[in-house]
Design a protein around this ligand. Structure first.
Ligand code: OAD
Length: 232
């Protein structure tokens, strides 16, 4: 089976009702990420940081996967499919996808403040000061904050390098190192970028830009790729 690698950002979850970060009504227009999503913010005001992610988690529990998340699931019957997502939501999982790498962590999980590898599920939507991990240390959201390393980047690069087809969906490609993944994909591999406001440098070979919302764009592309797989 050919390897399809899908790389998603906040735009794929927009039609589920989750805000993106940098669009006009985006999250970083309401909040300053330095105040809610950085190690400094945690040192200064952990309650505020917890509240920010608690609200995100509460909202996540109220929304559902959309047509784009669901369409991607169908690809796995025809291709060796891996999803690399920058999203901390679990909408790919809830749609039924399985091979998923979360580059920026997972909203429904927590980690010990003294050991990022001690990860546990969060029951419900609230994580509070005083909630402790197995090691007796305070738990913090299992998300990568600005200024932190992206430990999953190394496996993500390896996966991107092996892609026969690479599909990018709903990301501004402004946050590094995640945005550099496209550079690692084989020049010969067909690449697709689905984003209504797609803008990308022209030095990416074999790139097709589809300026559509994820719901329509992904559904159509998945149909085309399934057809192609059947005719190979
Ligand atoms: P951004 O908010 O930067 O970009 C969202 C992209 O989604 C934009 O290019 C929009 O045009 C596109 N978009 C909006 N609605 C869409 C729709 N219905 N269908 C398809 N695309 C749509 O979000 P990301 O690129 O995901 O990191 O942001 C990257 C990282 O920055 C996030 O993972 C997060 C953030 O700060 C951390 O928190 C570490």
């Amino acid at each position: 089976m050919k390897k399809v690698v899908v790389f998603t950002g906040a735009g794929i979850s927009a039609e589920s009702g989750l805000k993106t970060f940098r669009d006009d009504n985006g999250m970083w227009k309401t909040y300053r990420f330095e105040e809610v999503a950085s190690p400094d913010a945690w040192a200064r005001d952990p309650e505020l940081v917890l509240e920010f992610y608690n609200l995100r988690r509460k909202q996540l529990l109220e929304v559902e996967p959309n047509a784009a998340h669901k369409a991607l699931v169908k690809l796995k019957d025809y291709y060796d499919l891996t999803i690399i997502t920058q999203n901390v939501d679990d909408l790919h999982e809830r749609a039924g996808s399985t091979n998923i790498l979360h580059l920026h962590g997972e909203l429904r999980k927590a980690q010990s403040i003294s050991n990022e590898n001690l990860v546990c599920d969060i029951d419900g939507w609230e994580l509070k000061m005083g909630d402790k991990g197995e090691d007796g240390k305070q738990l913090r959201p299992n998300v990568v904050w600005f200024g932190e390393q992206v430990p999953q980047m190394i496996p993500a690069v390896r996966i991107a390098q092996q892609a026969d087809i690479f599909i990018v969906i709903g990301t501004s490609l402004l946050v590094y190192p995640a945005a550099s993944l496209l550079q690692y994909v084989n020049d010969e591999a067909p690449k697709y970028l689905i984003d209504p406001k797609a803008s990308v440098s022209s030095n990416i070979r074999n790139l097709t830009i589809i300026r559509k919302n994820a719901g329509d764009g992904v559904t159509k592309l998945v149909e085309d790729l399934i057809q192609k797989a059947n005719t190979l």
